[in-house]
Design a protein around this ligand. Structure first.
Ligand code: PRP
Ligand code: URA
Length: 214
């Protein structure tokens, strides 16, 4: 059972998402298909994560008549991948939100301590004015996501959402405890972490599977 209420957690159980996630998890899925699936899943997640965006009225003249319609109300978005696996989710989101800016936060998990180590950061200058979508396929201990949120907050970020494909309960607990105003969108909450900090059943090492490094 979660230690603290998971009010800000949205589990995306859409059949298309669950179907693609099953193929993604399969150990037999190669890097090319894995990359395509991560991109498609990120796009589907962005569709849901932008549901609350405000609309503004506009007028359009169709070939038949003038009519009142709606457009996005000038929402400014920043997509922030946690390097390196988060990179795989950026393109799919930019296809839906081409005006979004992209910032990068470089964090890796020390394999011994499982603590996040920062090695790179480059953010849009107006980060404080943008709705932020942090993207990372895996939320395991939550150390990387919490570090990214705290880091972005220190740079002035206000509205922060996290999009992760697979989460462990431990990671969600860590995030809702330490960053209770962040909304988490995830496609699955798995069983637990193993003794190496890997999500069970998970999909293995997301970065290695995306980039073919193992
Ligand atoms: C993975 C993953 C997350 C992190 C999750 O990255 O992409 O960033 O682990 O684990 P946590 O919730 O316990 O922090 P990794 O450190 O393997 O780096 P990589 O993306 O460069 O492979
Ligand atoms: N990082 C990954 O890539 N996979 C896991 O299962 C946990 C952390």
């Amino acid at each position: 059972m979660p230690g603290r209420a998971w009010d800000n957690v949205v589990v995306m159980d859409h059949p298309l998402i669950q179907h693609k996630l099953s193929i993604l998890r399969d150990v037999g899925t190669g890097a090319k298909e894995f990359r395509e699936l991560v991109k498609e899943l990120a796009m589907l997640m962005a569709y849901e994560a932008t549901r609350s965006f405000q609309l503004a009225e506009t007028t359009v003249t169709t070939p038949v008549a003038e009519t009142t319609t709606y457009v996005l109300a000038g929402k400014k978005v920043a997509v922030i991948p946690i390097l390196r696996a988060g990179l795989g989710m950026v393109e799919g989101i930019l296809e839906l939100l081409p005006a979004a800016k992209v910032g990068h936060v470089g964090l890796y998990r020390d394999p011994e301590t499982l603590q996040p180590v920062e090695y790179y950061c480059k953010l849009p200058e107006d980060i404080g004015e943008r709705d932020i979508l942090i993207v990372d396929p895996m939320l395991a201990t939550g150390g990387s996501a919490v570090a990214a949120v705290e880091f972005l907050r220190a740079k002035g970020a206000k509205t922060i959402n996290l999009l992760c494909l697979i989460s462990a309960p431990e990671g969600i607990d860590a995030l809702v405890t330490k960053c209770d105003d962040v909304t988490i969108y995830t496609c699955a909450v798995d069983s637990h972490l193993n003794s190496h900090g890997y999500i069970v059943p998970g999909l293995g090492d997301a970065g290695d599977r995306l980039f073919g490094t193992k």
